[in-house]
Each structure stands twice: as structure tokens, then as C-alpha cells.
Design a protein around this ligand. Structure first.
Ligand code: ZN
Length: 219
């Protein structure tokens, strides 16, 4: 069962996943042909409309201090993370991860509504206006899901979650750096990191670790 994507033929979907993960995990910036590849990979994802216009992409550091690929939401300057693996082989492997993915997708309209009704994109902590992200502030998104699973255990449908999220979420704008700091300070025992140099150093370190793990899996 051969798999063809981005003008290349792979023996399996797994080998295509390995190839693209290796390719993008060593990158720090994206060329226009990289972006074309990402556009095609995302169009392959079965939970997206094939006509979706993916305007732009970037590589960013997430709250776990690892690099991630992000696409820009249409007509906004908000970037959303995505995984290459999910583009090619489908859902993440655990039920928990799958549910979190589905629920995140299910509330994207609500996030867009927040962005539309709050046009001044300013980080509420440091007042920066660059790399602004929408943050779930008390409760965290993970907490909302946990509580929902407890309260609505008899009906865990997307529709119920959308209503529950709308009633309980509290959103705010944070810049990427403050979002990372807020994440670390909300987890006792985690080291707080404050300088940009430290983010970069840890990011490079983590990318190396991930890459060598990936190599071990392949060999
Ligand atoms: Zn900030």
C-alpha cells in the first residue's frame, strides 16, 4: 500500500511520517517550498475541509519548551499548533490525546469569536503586541476537560463540551513568552525560566533529544 504526498512516494504512511518529522524537526525557519509542503500535509488531514486556505506557517517554541509547527488561522494573526503525524496517519495514539484534540478543534469557533470581539491584541501581563496567543486562564483547558468528563460522564459529546466550555472558560491574551512562563509557574516543581537565551538553549537541547530519540526508533 504505497502512499503519495508532496510529489513523493513512500512504502507506508509511517515511513512518510518519519521522513517529514525528521525533515521539519531539524529546521529553525521555513522556506516557501516548506510552506507549500505543510499546506499539502494539512489538506491531507481528514478533519479539515480540503478547501481550507492555510495562509501562513511558523516554527515556534511551545510551553513544553520544544519546537512546534503552527499554521495561521484565516483572517487573524493567531497561530495554531499541529502535528505532522496527525496529518498523515490520523489521530494521536491515546484516547485522552484524541479527546483533547477533538475538543480543542470543537472550540476554535469560540476562540475566533473572542479574537473578533477583542481587536486589541495586547499581552495582558507584559503589554507586548507580538506573538499573541489566546490563553485559557483559570481554569486551564486541561482542567475544563477533566471537570467536563467528571460532570458529564453520561454524555461526552462535542456539542455538550462546546456548551460547557462556553459557560466555564475564561480567556485572555498572552504573548508567547508570558504564556510559557505562566504555564511553568502553574506547575509547582517545574523550573521557571525567564530569559529568552534560556528558552533558546533549552529548545535546542530538547530538539536534539527528540531527534536522537527519533533516530533510535528508526534504527
Ligand atoms: Zn507578555
Amino acid at each position: 500500500m504505497k502512499f503519495e504526498i508532496c510529489n513523493q512516494i513512500f512504502p507506508t504512511k509511517e515511513s512518510a511520517t518519519k521522513y517529514f518529522m525528521e525533515y521539519f524537526h531539524t529546521k529553525t525557519s521555513l522556506t516557501s517550498s516548506d510552506k507549500d509542503m505543510l499546506r499539502e500535509l494539512l489538506r491531507n488531514r481528514n478533519d479539515f475541509d480540503k478547501q481550507t486556505n492555510f495562509e501562513d506557517f511558523q516554527i515556534a517554541i511551545n510551553q513544553y519548551n520544544t519546537t512546534e509547527l503552527q499554521y495561521r488561522l484565516e483572517n487573524t494573526d493567531i497561530f495554531v499548533p499541529f502535528s505532522i503525524k496527525r496529518c498523515i496517519v490520523g489521530h494521536g495514539k491515546t484516547d485522552k490525546a484524541r479527546q483533547a484534540n477533538d475538543f480543542r478543534q470543537a472550540v476554535s469557533e469560540q476562540i475566533l469569536d473572542y479574537i473578533k470581539s477583542h481587536p486589541d491584541k495586547i499581552c495582558c501581563l507584559c503589554k507586548s503586541t507580538s506573538y499573541i496567543q489566546v490563553d485559557h486562564f483559570k481554569p486551564a483547558f486541561e482542567t475544563i476537560i477533566q471537570n467536563f468528563n467528571l460532570i458529564h460522564s453520561s454524555d461526552l459529546s462535542i456539542e455538550k463540551f462546546q456548551a460547557y466550555h462556553k459557560a466555564t472558560c475564561s480567556l485572555r491574551y498572552l504573548c508567547q513568552n508570558c504564556n510559557i512562563k505562566a504555564y511553568h509557574s502553574s506547575k509547582p516543581g517545574r523550573k521557571k525560566i525567564f530569559s529568552e537565551e534560556e528558552y533558546k538553549a533549552r529548545n535546542i537541547e530538547n530538539s536534539k533529544k527528540r531527534f536522537s530519540l527519533l533516530r533510535q526508533k528508526i534504527n
